[in-house]
Design a protein. Structure first.
Length: 119
């Protein structure tokens, strides 16, 4: 089992959360809590955030609980009127999103080399 690791940084008014490791039933609460904290900052006006990008190129595994966490985070972002985008999606994750019908719910940002890499 590869632990979940999150690295967060700002690029202007964009918050980029680089996710690596496994997103499963054992780790979803860590991701959900972290992203909801970021969205709460936006909602309460503490920081100007135009969008939140979850960069998934380091994600090695995702299960149904992980997909559920993404849906939950996306729902909160929509309620806060904060765009929530996915980037760095592997072919396996993209296929999973397509099979489950979730692909249409997540805007996917094409990734330029180095654009969203964690520092």
């Amino acid at each position: 089992m590869e632990p979940l690791h999150l690295t967060t940084r700002r690029q202007g008014a964009t918050v980029i959360v680089h996710v690596s490791g496994e997103l499963d039933i054992a780790t979803t609460s860590v991701l959900r809590d972290h992203l909801l904290d970021i969205l709460r900052e936006t909602y309460h006006g503490h920081r100007k955030i135009d969008e939140v990008v979850m960069e998934l190129s380091g994600l090695s595994f995702i299960d149904a609980a992980g997909l559920g966490a993404l849906v939950s985070i996306n729902d909160h972002a929509r309620r806060n009127a904060t765009p929530f985008l996915l980037s760095g999606i592997s072919p396996q994750v993209k296929r999973l999103l397509l099979i489950t019908g979730l692909a249409r719910h997540f805007p996917i940002r094409p990734q330029s080399p180095g654009t969203y890499n964690a520092v």
